[in-house]
Structure formats: C-alpha cells, structure tokens
Design a protein. Structure first.
Length: 382
C-alpha cells in the first residue's frame, strides 16, 4: 500500500507496522498493565452516535476554531509524543512541519529525539512545548528558559505522570534508545531497511532535550536511568504555581480526568486543560477520557478552555469530542502512525484524513461551523 491509496488512519497504522521495528511499535501502541483503559478509550468513543440532519443547507462549512486567543484552521493540534524521532528520521521536525503547513499547533515532548532548538530552527511559526516536571528543578527551569528562547507559544504541563504506568511489552522488550540489537531481533530489523537507513544511521538517536545537559549521562542507558529517577511523586498543585512564576505565558494542564481536579486547575490560572488519560498509558482501570469529558465540561467549561485527547482516530471522533464539550482535540497515535509510515508526508496525510472526515461528518450532521457542534449533535445519554 502506498500513501496515495491510504484511506483512513488504520491504513497508516498498517504501513507503520510494516516500516518500524516491533519494539518501537510496541512502545507506541501499548497501554499500561491490562490495557483496559486503552481499550475503553476507543470503545466508548465508538458508542457515541452522531445525529443525522438532512436538508439543513450545510454548505460552506468552516472548520477553523479559536484556541488560546488564536485562530487555528482545524479544531485539533498534534499532541506530545515521546520518541517520535525513532519512528522516522527527525520525526518531530516532520510532524512540526506538517502541523505548520496545516495551520495547527504542534506540541514537542520533553522526551523528544529532536531538541527544542532543532525544531525551532526547522519551522517558522511557534510551536507548543510539553513539560514533564522532574525532581531536578534546575533542569526543569532550564527547559522552560529554552522553550521561551525558542518562542514557544504555550507550555503544556503534563500532570498525570508522577510515576510511570508499566507497559508490559516495554519490560519484555527491554526498550531503550537506541534499540538494543538482540540476536533474536536482527532478522526482524533486517526487514526494515528504510528505517535502518533513516533512523539507525541518522544523526539524532537520543533524547535531544537531555543530550549534553545531564552530568554523568554519557551512555544512552544512563539517560533512561536518569529519567526514571526523576519522576516526582511529591508533585502538588503548589508546584503548578512555581511553573507559572517561571512561565507567565499560556499554560495548558494536560492529564485532567476528574471534575474536582478540573476545578482545581481553574484556580491555577491556567489557560486550558487537556482532558486525557495519557492514551491509556498511565492509570489502568481509569475511565475512558471521553466518558469524563461531559462532566468536566459542565463543571468548568465556562471558566477554562477544554482540550481533549485519548482515542481519537477519525474526524468522527473529533466531532464527538467537540459535541461533548471540547474546544479542540489533540491527536496522538493518529498522527504518529503517519510519521512512522512516511515522515512529514505521512503526518500531513493523517491531518488531511481527519480534516476531511470531520468536514463530511459536519455536512451529514447538518452543521456549518465548529461552534455549532453542540451536545444536541449526538444522541443523548451523555
Ligand atoms: C504519549 N503521550 C505523551 N504525553 C506527554 O505529555 N508527553 C509525552 O512525552 C508523551 N509521550 C507519548 C508517547 C507515546 C508513544 C504515546 C502513544 C503517547 C500521551 C499523548 O500526548 C496523548 O495523551 C495520547 O497519545 C492520546 O491518546 P491516543 O490518541 O494516542 O489514543
């Protein structure tokens, strides 16, 4: 299958599995523990029925949205995905360029392969930077300074990873960067020549934002050890105030799944929250993100902007989330599959697929603007 004949995100996913070594696809695809929350994200989204409205004169549809005081051409952005640069050479730059061309924000992860500076040099418009709060406050402070110097337009503070949910396949694979080539995997790797040429023989193979900044981490394995030692279980709402002092710009809190936490988030003065369960990678047994969205929207929707992620794989899914109270969505694996499949062109394809699906869904549901996608547009129960 070539990119031309790709019809949906699942097609990109199939190509991704053909192109990228299994250990990395396992890392991208997995959820934590039993993967119950991962499964319910998809299941619950698919359960939401969209109301069909005919003869509604829904031509001239407009998909743009205002988010954080700016106009974006589509009601979604690309979310932060660690190690996108192991999916394709310079994967983060590829995704950032695709987002820039589409007129939507790109979020660079702290755990990216390309650094903040690499991405800033490759795009013209500002991107967002996602921050993991670590024990080493000096390092966190330095990251914020770098994001400001790179003119990032928003800081996305991820608050649901104070400890790592275990992904069984990563434990079994012994995943670290670059891939440890075990005898059993050599034959498998040889079936991915384009990946070997692009990623393994490329110049960026480790965590770009950490490289050269952490004392005693010359060896790649020691980066992983450092990261694992840095998750901070003492994290508290007061720490958000500390971040706010260092970053007076737009702040987005990512990983809110509870109504009380959403209320607390409003008090921090953040500009937006992301209703998310980290794509089913953290608290296994947590509810699907979409099932919590309407309650959170009811509680705080008029006080703070609400973004949504976890399970979006189509324009119909974006429509569902907007109907249930999100102002915009973050794509996760949906665009990552595109990067795996074909770098920048693949990420663009993913954005294009979802935009077109959303457009047709709006036409068939009889709505012309993003603002008119309301709860009435889906069948009740939510
Ligand atoms: C993530 N996610 C994530 N979130 C974050 O804040 N920082 C990060 O570095 C990462 N890294 C990461 C890697 C991989 C492989 C995945 C799949 C996810 C979570 C991500 O931003 C988003 O919340 C989920 O991907 C949304 O779920 P779906 O749409 O992928 O199901």
């Amino acid at each position: 299958m070539t990119l031309k004949s790709v019809a949906c995100i699942d097609d990109l996913r199939r190509i991704a599995h053909r192109k990228v070594p299994r250990d990395f696809m396992d890392y991208y695809e997995s959820g934590s523990y039993s993967e119950a929350t991962l499964a319910s994200n998809r299941h619950d989204l698919a359960q939401i029925k969209i109301r069909q409205h005919v003869l509604a004169g829904a031509s001239n549809r407009e998909l743009s949205q205002s988010l954080l005081g700016e106009k974006i051409t589509l009601p979604f952005a690309l979310g932060p995905i660690g190690m996108t640069g192991m999916a394709h050479r310079d994967g983060e730059i590829a995704a950032a360029r695709a987002a820039e061309r589409a007129g939507i924000p790109y979020t660079l992860s702290t755990m990216s392969i390309c650094s903040i500076e690499d991405v800033a040099a490759a795009v013209e418009k500002p991107f967002w930077f996602q921050l993991y709060f670590m024990k080493d406050r000096g390092f966190v402070s330095d990251l914020i300074t770098r994001a400001r110097a790179a003119k990032c337009s928003a800081l996305v503070l991820t608050v649901d990873l104070q400890v790592l949910g275990q992904r069984h396949r990563d434990v079994r694979n012994g995943l670290f960067v670059p891939p440890r080539v075990r005898l059993g995997t050599i034959a498998h790797l040889l079936s991915k020549p384009a990946w070997i040429a692009g990623v393994l023989l490329g110049k960026r193979k480790t965590f770009g934002n950490l490289h050269g900044r952490i004392a005693g981490t010359e060896h790649l394995r020691s980066y992983m050890e450092w990261i694992h030692s840095q998750f901070d279980q003492t994290l508290h709402w007061d720490d958000v105030a500390w971040v706010r002092e260092q970053w007076p710009g737009k702040l987005i809190l990512k990983g809110i799944l509870d109504v009380n936490d959403a209320r607390q988030a409003v008090k921090t003065g953040a500009s937006a929250i992301v209703v998310s369960n980290h794509g089913g990678r953290q608290l296994d047994g947590a509810p699907s993100a979409i099932s919590m969205l309407p309650r959170i929207a009811d509680a705080v929707g008029s006080d703070i902007e609400i973004l949504f992620d976890s399970g979006i794989r189509s324009g119909q899914d974006v429509f569902r989330a907007l109907a249930l109270g999100a102002r915009a969505c973050l794509l996760g694996r949906a665009y990552l599959y595109g990067v795996c499949a074909a770098g920048e062109a693949g990420a663009s394809k993913a954005i294009d697929i979802i935009a077109k699906e959303l457009d047709v869904t709006m036409a068939l549901a009889g709505v012309q603007t993003i603002g008119s996608i309301t709860r009435d547009c889906v069948v009740a129960d939510h």
